[in-house]
Design a protein around this ligand. Structure first.
Ligand code: T5A
Length: 209
């Protein structure tokens, strides 16, 4: 029997990583084989691309180049890890996926949404998650959590804060973009109020699972 592909989405500090770990334990306790992974990254080649994209000195990419790098990493991730694991009956939980590219590069940075969809079709051929949890949180709360969490040295060139450093209006567009995606894909995307405690957020997720 084929497994399932579940993704977590949301802005900075929404609690995706925290919930991804809880979902992993939930399925493992029920006897499932689980793979926990993340984007950009998840496999060695894609982790190399991650460094180019999220580190402070990763590069000053044109919007098209940036989008192609996200999908290059994703294509490797899907073909070499996600699809094989799902085919073996595993539950794959992924921290961010294509919805993040649509929200960040499209709604956030204004890169053309149709072009993103064309690149998606070319690289993934219609592959998408079975279920997505969108952890929705007001911008100031999410960034506050994220900054508190990120405690490496301020001058660290490897620090993964290239996107967190963008202004508040960017993060507002991002949030609206994710909510728009949820409205357009109600059968796949469940919106969860991420202002609640991690336990209450997980309770809502469990109910849906
Ligand atoms: N990106 C990514 C794109 O632009 N396009 C793309 O296509 C993709 C895939 C890296 C960056 O890349 C960009 C988006 C990102 O800027 P990332 O590694 O997922 O993406 O980075 P972040 O989203 O910044 O990850 P964070 O770790 O900051 O946020 P999480 O995972 O949402 O939150 P988490 O679980 O680590 O929690 C953050 C802090 O809050 C606490 C935690 O303990 C932690 O301290 N917390 C809570 N506190 C109170 N109540 C709760 N319910 C809490 N849940 C967690």
């Amino acid at each position: 029997m084929a497994g399932k592909f579940i993704t977590l989405e949301g802005g900075e500090g929404a609690g995706k990583t925290t919930q991804a770990r809880l979902i992993k334990s939930y399925f493992e306790e029920s006897g499932f084989d689980v793979v926990l992974t993340r984007e950009p990254g998840g496999v060695p080649e894609a982790e190399k691309i991650r460094n180019l994209l999220v580190q402070r000195d990763g590069g000053n990419w044109t919007p098209m180049a940036e989008c192609l790098l996200f999908f290059a990493a994703r294509q490797m991730h899907v073909e070499t890890l996600i699809k094989p694991a799902v085919a073996e009956g595993k539950i794959v939980i992924c921290d961010r996926f294509t919805d993040s590219t649509v929200a960040y590069q499209g709604y956030g940075h204004g890169f053309d949404l149709d072009t993103i969809r064309q690149i998606e079709a070319l690289t993934l051929g219609g592959f998408s998650p079975d279920l997505t949890f969108l952890l929705d949180i007001p911008v100031k709360d999410g960034i506050g959590r994220s900054l508190k969490h990120n405690n490496s040295a301020p001058g660290d060139e490897n620090k993964e804060d290239r996107f967190e450093r963008l202004d508040v209006s960017f993060h507002e567009r991002l949030r609206q973009g994710f909510l728009d995606l949820a409205k357009k894909n109600p059968e796949r995307i469940r919106v969860v109020d991420a202002r609640q405690s991690a336990e209450l957020v997980f309770g809502e997720i469990c109910a849906a699972l």
